[in-house]
Write a protein that binds this ligand. Sequence first.
Ligand SMILES: NC(=O)c1ccc[n+]([C@@H]2O[C@H](COP(=O)([O-])OP(=O)(O)OC[C@H]3O[C@@H](n4cnc5c(N)ncnc54)[C@H](OP(=O)(O)O)[C@@H]3O)[C@@H](O)[C@H]2O)c1
Length: 372
Amino acid sequence: MNESIDILVERPSLRRIALRPASEPSLRDGQLLLSVDQFAWTSNNLTYARQPGGEFWTLFPAEEPWGRIPVWGFADVVASRVPAIAPGERVFGFLPMSTHLRVEPVRISERGFFDAAAHRAGVFPLYNAYARVKRMPARREDVEAVLRPLFATSFVLEDFLRSHAFFGAGTVLVSSASSKTALGTAFRLREGGGPFVCGLTAEPHRAFVRGTGCFDAVHAYAALASLDLPGRVLFVDFAGDEALSRAVQERLGSRRVRTLRVGATHAVSKDAPLLDFFGPARMRELRRAWGADAFRERLEAAAVRFESVAARWLQVERCDGMAPFQRAYACVLEGRLEPSRAFVVRLADAQAASAAEEHAVQSLLGLGATCS
Ligand SMILES: NC(=O)c1ccc[n+]([C@@H]2O[C@H](COP(=O)([O-])OP(=O)(O)OC[C@H]3O[C@@H](n4cnc5c(N)ncnc54)[C@H](OP(=O)(O)O)[C@@H]3O)[C@@H](O)[C@H]2O)c1
């Protein structure tokens, strides 16, 4: 077996990154060894790292002050002591920024399994679920790695808003409109028809967001004061920016029916603010209400439609090995990534890098990492 490598980040600043060889004790009965093949790296992963209470650090433990940020991606079974799952199978789920992960599958079905490792108990089931991957020709794996976990939230958020008749609003106003979760939400809102869907974004991102065609209208944050929006307004906030929330409140007054805080892309220098909407909780509700199969089928059909549209404007860049990953890491950490781009990371080369730089700890700031 190849050497295992963990990528560690220093808590709480997240500004130093270390590459460490990991010990891999032999597999016990009931365990699988996964080789992490590719994972996406977006702002959403930083929200996990900044979550008040730090619950996401427990999923993939590391010694303080280091942590392993959870990421979403594909992995291959490379060794198995689980009779129902053979080496060679491919899965999608929550992974560490590491080359390998040991899991203890329970509730195994044709569709997937859950990891029963003791340190992962108590989190939402979604975070312990691994889907057994069957290739669909309509899907591109790199696009899927980026969008699949984010679009699941877009899907259940849109359903939540629609099932509440948009709280009586004629307009849904969406901040951080260039984020992938916001774009997926707008895509679903317009697919379903109904309210006017208006995006707010940074001026340099406006042309891109318009070009996606996901929104009815797109404006820069600075234009908020002069916005003319139809009817009452529901504010779906992905930015988590107090000053923006106040400005929306001042501009709309009693026309604002509700603010739903879903994300915190602008809250970069502190713990993420508390959110009003939590995708995994709503997914669990809908799985119970619709049945797991119906939920999965409807979500997948919508995801395939969104991914095929998104493939026209989303440029997924592969980061093979540590040096490209460090650049990608810094780029997302510092909010310098153009919204039309996304990173998918493959760590296979990290093993070679670690041989040369065993126990290396590098300062991202010191490296002056760039996004190019
Ligand atoms: N509640 C839930 O269950 C749930 C589930 C999934 C995602 N989320 C949240 O939704 C948000 C979007 O996630 P994503 O992965 O889709 O994001 P993403 O695509 O990586 O978002 C990129 C956008 O975020 C804004 N941004 C990022 N870094 C910034 C910085 N340093 N300064 C200013 N703006 C910055 C910019 O948008 P603008 O210029 O348009 O503002 C940028 O184009 C995240 O906060 C994530 O945690 C929540």
